[in-house]
Design a protein around this ligand. Structure first.
Ligand SMILES: *Cc1c(COP(=O)(O)O)cnc(C)c1O
Length: 230
């Protein structure tokens, strides 16, 4: 059933209020300042009218996991709304590095040497030195992207020293069938010993736990926009 733009906007506003309130509550419970925690609205495979409703409500921070999909929708949104900050939160192929650097404001998924090198080259060519996160495969899952925890320190150093990347933090996606807390705690430890202040962790099902363990941004999709298409 087609809902009109006003009711869609109201529903999206209510969802954002609820999630922001839950972030603030978790932050207070764990003795953290709520303003330090960013809500990244994950808009992948969501209808344009829901994303537009979030923009109309003043939200500006979004995450997309595919370069192609982001290229199809965000240039038009950027023309209509000022101040958008778009994060790449999905795996990047090196042949898409140039397009990713042009499209995104932050790359959260630096997960191997080849990508680090390609991003460094394209950022220098474009004169656009974006903040990046290193993705850590905290559960060492073979099918999942990310650097293994024991290789993280050396990789972070290499990204900084050899490639000159502006590494600001770490991100992870815990294994679905495990408690997320130990994974968030591990990510926080790796960040701390490497002098990194930003932690991108927590999704719809576990963002409050991520706040407990020091998340500085949470990536929430379905709890804001509903189930994805496709
Ligand atoms: C899809 C996605 C999310 C959002 O997941 P939800 O469960 O819908 O909140 C967060 N992070 C990454 C990396 C994703 O791909």
């Amino acid at each position: 059933m087609a809902a009109d733009a006003t009711s869609i906007r109201k529903e999206i506003a209510a969802n954002f209020s609820e999630i922001n309130a839950r972030i603030a509550k978790a932050a207070a419970k764990w003795g953290r300042g709520a303003p330090g925690i960013d809500l990244i609205a994950v808009s992948k495979r969501q209808p344009d009218e829901l994303v537009a409703a979030a923009l109309e409500n003043g939200h500006r921070l979004f995450g997309e996991n595919r370069v192609q999909e982001a290229a199809g929708k965000w240039p038009a949104f950027r023309e209509r709304y000022q101040g958008i900050e778009l994060h790449l939160i999905g795996p990047l192929q090196s042949n898409k590095a140039k397009e990713a650097v042009a499209l995104f404001d932050v790359i959260e998924t630096v997960d191997r040497v080849k990508i680090a090198r390609a991003l460094a080259t394209e950022m220098q060519a474009a004169g656009r030195i974006l903040p990046v996160y290193i993705q850590i495969n905290t559960g060492k899952e073979p099918q999942k992207a990310g650097i293994f925890p024991e290789e993280a320190d050396a990789f972070i150093r290499q990204c900084r020293e050899e490639f000159g990347l502006n590494v600001v933090g770490l991100m992870c996606i815990p294994p679905v069938e495990e408690q997320p807390a130990p994974h968030f705690a591990l990510l926080a430890r790796i960040a701390e010993r490497n002098g990194l202040s930003r932690l991108s962790m927590g999704m719809s099902a576990d963002f409050e736990t991520a706040v407990q363990f020091g998340a500085t941004s949470v990536r929430v999709g379905t709890a804001l926009f509903g189930l994805r298409e496709g």
